[in-house]
Write a protein that binds this ligand. Sequence first.
Ligand code: ATP
Length: 292
Amino acid sequence: MLMNDFVEIHTPKMIGGSSEGGANVFHFKYFDQPGCLAQSPQLYKQMAICGGFPRVFEIGPVFRAENSKTNRHLCEFTGLDMEMEFKNHYFEVLDYIGSMLVFLFKNIKERHAKELSVINDQYPFEDFVCADPVVKINFREGVKMLADAGYKQDELEDLSTETEKALGRIVKEKYNTDFYMLYGYPVSARPFYTMLDPKDNRFTNSYDFFMRGEEITSGAQRIHDPVMLEQRAKDCGLDVNTLGEYINAMKYGAPCHAGAGFGLERIVKFYCNLHNIRKASLFPRDPQRLAP
Ligand code: ATP
């Protein structure tokens, strides 16, 4: 990222308000006011874009009060977040991130063959296959591929874990790749700050990336118009008073921008096909584990 003119930033992890909303927020008392642990650097990295940084990234802890016992959720994980301006279309960002990941996957194989073979000895896994150029599929096309294979999926609803995995298998069969991108999600599946598709506002300019049929990142073009942003926050039932500074940052003129957030433990888990994300974390945090 540094080679591509991204500036590394560090954003606060203790924040006011309700982070990005939703149920999975860790709340705590910050002296005499409520505070919470950041669910992502989302709002801050966008404020940096508004402040004149065309490309930013951060690698840091992300906190989610996920009270579930899945094999792919931690309560604290390492996020790689990035955000960048674009000129004409959000695919400029989507394609950049796609090629960055292909670069990453190729280099892991070349530079870390020794470490991979140590993991393989203990937890044997099938080689990770990545098509280059990256396979890019529209959400509605994905729904059609699922329907053709006999899976029921509403095109205005998010995929379930089951349909995500099924689509991963279908894509692997058709394109021989363990990595692909799905874009154009329905509005019900994305947070308030996601730009709506100008041609059909039931959908958004957003994307998810998948490894071995499971999500490793979510991203989107963000709303850069403060009036639209405030309206979307209200429509999604958020308290706009707690978002004042974020919305204000757009009032002085914000460039078109898009970005993404990755969970690095998930990338390791799916690259090495580990059966549990805890194996990709030195000191995992889950609902039962707060020590060591
Ligand atoms: P999921 O639907 O899998 O719970 P999400 O939609 O909540 O994920 P985002 O909020 O978009 O995820 O977060 C971006 C990325 O961060 C995800 O694609 C994933 O790689 C990672 N991530 C999210 N939640 C967790 C978690 N609890 N543990 C580990 N990684 C996570």
